[in-house]
Structures are given as structure tokens and as C-alpha cells.
Design a protein around this ligand. Structure first.
Ligand SMILES: Cc1cc2nc3c(=O)[nH]c(=O)nc-3n(C[C@H](O)[C@H](O)[C@H](O)COP(=O)(O)OP(=O)(O)OC[C@H]3O[C@@H](n4cnc5c(N)ncnc54)[C@H](O)[C@@H]3O)c2cc1C
Length: 565
């Protein structure tokens, strides 16, 4: 598959035809009749470059547990990872793991829980109830054992009372985080961002290596091979590394754990046509979620599953999109340097992100305008209320784009002082993500970037600022109900900072069963193919927990699978 300049995968017509045709039933058959040759799955090589019993693809929240679990069940394991380092989104995460059902840690805090109670809560809570019961039960049943197992594998939990994951399901506390102290020395590696997820992923990396898992960095999955192009057991993969192709035989199983498709604009637009190229993606550029694993699995006849979960707009806790936590840089959801332990400029990620961004303490200090220069939202809003407003088409939305386009935070010198922002590099990125000028009109004329193709209309921006200043005088936001607008935007210089919503979770993907086996379009198990984490569909839960649990299940099941030749 081709990549664009940012390393994002792009679907060629051939990819599209192959994946849709294999994956979309009647439409697929119609496309197949056009050019059946294009639809064939990759042909396995006569000789393999490498071999292992279990091949895991992706070294994130699902992949590392999968590799460890396969190794402890007696398999030789090869783990390939696209990036120069392990960790994926997980290493940058807050590390909060929603693992309940009666873990040792819950018992230690006197919390009574059981798989049944956890299951019951999951299937009755918000959007979570739109999940496959088989998968939810497997999760609830193996959740506590997975947390205990993670501790056994080197993860140290915080010595604090567990909380409620994302505010619920609320009956008993089930969210616990790993400790950050000690991750740099003992666990054998540094953090890309200083995030608590490091304390989860570095110990798992150390354990995997100790157990003999071979980790091949900078290896990118391109194809999954079945015995023949017509089907049969999955027997290996093809990957690319530094311009070369390598084939790896998987004698027992392949586990797809590549983390979802948020970085693939065409793939994500299949779920929500508003998700055009300007939207940020959490976790980038440390790791990309290009959908490579799903697309390779689709070409091997895997079914797409849980599609509605990606687009449900019931305002629940599923983090489909998020407000950036930083403004004025391209990657507003990475938090580099926010912890004193992390020396940002030496961080392996800094050359990729170019600027740290400005954390917003108080949204009274900015107004948000869209690419038409129009204010459109209560800036203090969070979650769905904020990003859904951002994504509403406006006067400048081009035909076929459907979304709200770039969003800019506008503020003045007084706001910068209140927030203690330094409006210069390395905090902001002057190459298209942050602008300043002495008048609002001059500022409007400057605001252009690869996603803002025309400058902000000066009249509209001026009108937006004047109207907001009038609301400050009146003590009331007559348009969007911001609580008593406090500060006028009147002291030069004036600033515009990139503040576009971030795509967060993948809640749809490859169909699996409760044993993490991949299911095809006929509802049959594809022998030898497993998947876990955000590459899978069917479980509408946010975050790490389902990835860790199904990673562990997939590794165990792949290692124990019986191969008939
Ligand atoms: C900033 C941030 C904070 C978060 N905080 C929390 C939190 O506190 N609690 C919580 O529950 N969740 C949190 N999450 C979400 C959580 O991190 C993800 O749900 C989880 O990491 C997904 O796991 P995964 O294994 O599916 O994907 P990842 O962890 O992203 O791992 C996928 C891996 O596959 C690799 N890969 C991709 N394509 C290929 C390919 N073609 N070949 C080889 N390798 C490939 C990627 O480089 C990556 O390393 C957070 C996420 C972010 C970004």
C-alpha cells in the first residue's frame, strides 16, 4: 500500500477493490466479476526468510501481552513493529486500565467484584451495551486474571484505591494505573513522552525479551498469507523493512495487533465522512494506526465488524474524538515534557513533533473559530459537545468534504500572560500551526496551512472578536452559553493556534470471537488468524483493558492451536 508524505497509508484503487470486494458481500461479488485477478489474496512464498511458531504484528497494548502469552505457552515468538521503538499508543497513554471482576488488587482494597458483575455492568452501560455478548463475557471473565498476570509480568500498580474507568460502569471501582517511578532504569528503556503508559509497556517489553521473544523493529506488515490464494490456514506474513521485503512463516498463528485505522483518512471516512484529512490523530507521530493489519486481514477474507460503534453519537464515554490538550502545534494530544523526568529536547520523538504545544488551563482565555473565521461553540465544552460542533460543515466547507475543517484558538497578549505561555519555538510551531500579528485583520490574512487553503476571512474574524468582546461587557454569551465570558480579546499581539479535534479510539475492525480468532464473511473461523486490540470490532469499550485482555487470550490460543497438515 502507498504512503502519503506523512507516512499515512493511502488506499489505491487496487487495495480498495481487493478489500471491499473480499469484504462487502454482494458488492464484493460485483467487483470481483470485474477483475477476479485483483481479488486474490497474496500467494505464499515457496521459501520463507524467517520462521516462528507465532508471529505477532504490532508491539502495543495488545501485541506485547500476546507475545508474552504465546511464549509462556511454549511457542517461539516473533513480534514485528513498524516503528523504531515499541509501545504504540499504549506507551503514551495515561495507563489507566479498566480491569475488574475480582482482581487481587481489588481485593487488597476491599472491593468485592466478580466476572458476572463486571459483565452485567458492561452490557448495561451507555454505548458499551452495543457489543457482542460473547466478547464481553470473555473480557469480563479474563479481566481480573489479566491484571494479576500483568503484575506477575513486571507491572507495578499504583498503591492507591482503584477508581471508575471513564466514570463508569459505576457499581464498583475497577480502574488502576501502573506506577511511573522506575520505568527508566529498571524496565530498560526511556519514555517517548513521559506518560504513565511507559510504566506499563517498558516492563512488558523487558519481560518479552527475557522470555526469548524476538522483536523486529521497523518491520511493517503488508500481507497475511493463507495456504493458497483461495483460502486455508494462515501460514505467515509479508513485511517490509528499510525498503526490503521479508516473509515470516507462522507455524501456529498470526496475531494482528496493529491498533486500528484512525491514521488512514479513507478508511476512517468509511465510518464518518466528516473525518477528512485535517483531523489530528492521538498517538501520532510516535506511532500510526494506518489500518494495515485490518486491510491485510480483509484480503484474507476477515469480516469487518462493529461498524456502528465507530459512529454512534450517544455522547457516551467511548472517546471517538477528543479535544486537543495542547494548541499551536500539529500534534495536540501528545504531552511531551509535561513531566520533569522527561527531557523533551533529547526525547526521540521531538524531531518528529517539532514543538511541544501550549496546554490550555482555562478556556476563558481563547475563542474557537472555524475556517470561515466564525465562532461556533462554547469553548469550555468538552467531549462530544465540543468536537461535534467543530465537525459541523460551514460556509467554507468544500464540496464533498463534509466536515468543519481547521479550528483555530484566537487569543491576545493578555491571555498569553494569564496562561504563562511562551508564544515562540519550541513551544509553538510557526510552520503552519501558530500565527501572530498586531491586528486581527493582519492575523486573519496570515492564517493559512496545508489544511487551511485560504486565509481566514478578515471581516468574519473581526466580527467574531467584536461580538465576543460585547458578550464580555454584557457578562453573558448570547450565542453559545459560555459561563460569564471574562476576558476581552483586545491587547496586541493577537494569536491563532491550531486547535482541531483529534481522532482517538477505533471501535470497529476485524471480527473476532471470544478466543480472539478471526471470523470470515461466512461466519467461519479463519484457522491460524487471531486479532486483538483496536484492530478488532465488536466491543465498544474504550482503551487499554480490552487490548491487554484479548492480546493475552490471542497469544495463548495461537500457541496452543492444533495444526493439522
Ligand atoms: C495519549 C493517549 C492516552 C491514552 N490514555 C489511556 C488510558 O489512560 N487508559 C486507557 O484505557 N486507554 C488510553 N488510551 C488508549 C490506549 O492507549 C489504546 O486503546 C491502546 O493502546 C490500543 O492498543 P493497540 O494494541 O490496539 O494499539 P497500539 O497500542 O497503538 O499498538 C499498535 C502497534 O502496532 C504497530 N503497527 C501499526 N501498523 C503496523 C504494521 N503495518 N506493521 C507492524 N506494526 C504496526 C504500531 O506502530 C503500534 O506500535 C490512550 C491513548 C493515547 C494516545
Amino acid at each position: 500500500m502507498k504512503k502519503d508524505r506523512d507516512g499515512h497509508s493511502t488506499l489505491s484503487r487496487r487495495d480498495f477493490v481487493r478489500s471491499s470486494a473480499v469484504g462487502l458481500g454482494g458488492l464484493g461479488a460485483a467487483l470481483a466479476s470485474l477483475d477476479p485477478k485483483q481479488l486474490e489474496a497474496a500467494e505464499p512464498p515457496r521459501r520463507w526468510d524467517k520462521t516462528a511458531a507465532v508471529v505477532v504484528v504490532g508491539a502495543g497494548a495488545a501485541g506485547l501481552p500476546a507475545a508474552i502469552s504465546a511464549a509462556e505457552n511454549g511457542a517461539s515468538v516473533m513480534l514485528i513493529e513498524q516503528q523504531p521503538d515499541i509501545g504504540g499508543h499504549a506507551i503514551q497513554s495515561g495507563g489507566a486500565m479498566a480491569l475488574g471482576g475480582g482482581s487481587k488488587n481489588q481485593k487488597k482494597w476491599g472491593i468485592e467484584d466478580s466476572p458476572e458483575k463486571w459483565y452485567h455492568d458492561l452490557i448495561n452501560w451507555h454505548d458499551y451495551r452495543f457489543s457482542d455478548r460473547e466478547i464481553v463475557w470473555a473480557f469480563a471473565n479474563e479481566s481480573a486474571a489479566t491484571l494479576d498476570w500483568l503484575v506477575e509480568k513486571g507491572v507495578t500498580l499504583r498503591d492507591t484505591q482503584p477508581g471508575n474507568p471513564d466514570g463508569g460502569p459505576p457499581t464498583v471501582p475497577r480502574s488502576q494505573g501502573p506506577v511511573l517511578a522506575g520505568w527508566d532504569g529498571n524496565a530498560g528503556g526511556i519514555s517517548p513522552t513521559g506518560s504513565p503508559g511507559t510504566a506499563l509497556m517498558r516492563p512488558l517489553e523487558a519481560t518479552a525479551r527475557k522470555m526469548g521473544v524476538q522483536i523486529l523493529l521497523e518491520h511493517s506488515l503488508t500481507d497475511v498469507f493463507r495456504q493458497t490464494t483461495k483460502g486455508g490456514r494462515v501460514v505467515g506474513i509479508r513485511a517490509t523493512t528499510k525498503g526490503k521485503t521479508v516473509t515470516i512463516q507462522a507455524r501456529r498463528g498470526v496475531i494482528v495487533a496493529t491498533g486500528g485505522h484512525t491514521s488512514n483518512v479513507i478508511f476512517r471516512r468509511a465510518f464518518d465522512p466528516r473525518l477528512t484529512e485535517e483531523y489530528q490523530v492521538v498517538g501520532e507521530p510516535y506511532s500510526l494506526q494506518t489500518g494495515d493489519g485490518e486491510l491485510a486481514a480483509f484480503r484474507s477474507d476477515a469480516a469487518l465488524w462493529g461498524a456502528a460503534n465507530q459512529t454512534l453519537e450517544t455522547r457516551a464515554r467511548t472517546h471517538v474524538m477528543e479535544k486537543p490538550v495542547l494548541i499551536g502545534n500539529q500534534y495536540g494530544y501528545l504531552r511531551p515534557g509535561t513531566r520533569p523526568t522527561n527531557d523533551l529536547l533529547k526525547s526521540p520523538i521531538f524531531s518528529r513533533i517539532r514543538a511541544t504545544g501550549l496546554p490550555v488551563k482555562d478556556f476563558q482565555d481563547v475563542i474557537h473559530v472555524n475556517m470561515a473565521g466564525v465562532r461556533f461553540v462554547n469553548e469550555e465544552a468538552t467531549g462530544w459537545s465540543w468536537w461535534n460542533a467543530c465537525m459541523a460543515p460551514n460556509a467554507k466547507t468544500p464540496p464533498g468534504a463534509n466536515g468543519g475543517g481547521p479550528i483555530w484558538a484566537i487569543f491576545d497578549a493578555d491571555a498569553a500572560k494569564r496562561e504563562e505561555w511562551v508564544c515562540a519555538p519550541p513551544f509553538v510551531d510557526l510552520d503552519g500551526w501558530f500565527f501572530s500579528a498586531n491586528t486581527i485583520e493582519e492575523l486573519a490574512a496570515k492564517v493559512m496551512c496545508k489544511y487551511q487553503k485560504e486565509p481566514l476571512p478578515a471581516d468574519a474574524l473581526k466580527a467574531a472578536v467584536e461580538r465576543y468582546n460585547a458578550f464580555v461587557d454584557a457578562g453573558k454569551d448570547g450565542d453559545f452559553g459560555k459561563t460569564t465570558p471574562k476576558y476581552k480579546i483586545h491587547a496586541p499581539p493577537f494569536y491563532a493556534a491550531w486547535s482541531t479535534p483529534c481522532a482517538h479510539d477505533c471501535l470497529s475492525g476485524v471480527r473476532i470471537n471470544g478466543r480472539a480468532q478471526v471470523i470470515d464473511w461466512a461466519g467461519q473461523i479463519i484457522p491460524g488468524l487471531y486479532a486483538a486490540g483496536e484492530s478488532t470490532g465488536g466491543f465498544n469499550q474504550h482503551g487499554l483493558a480490552k487490548c491487554l485482555v484479548f492480546g493475552r487470550i490471542a497469544g495463548r490460543e495461537a500457541a496452543r492451536s492444533v495444526v493439522r497438515t
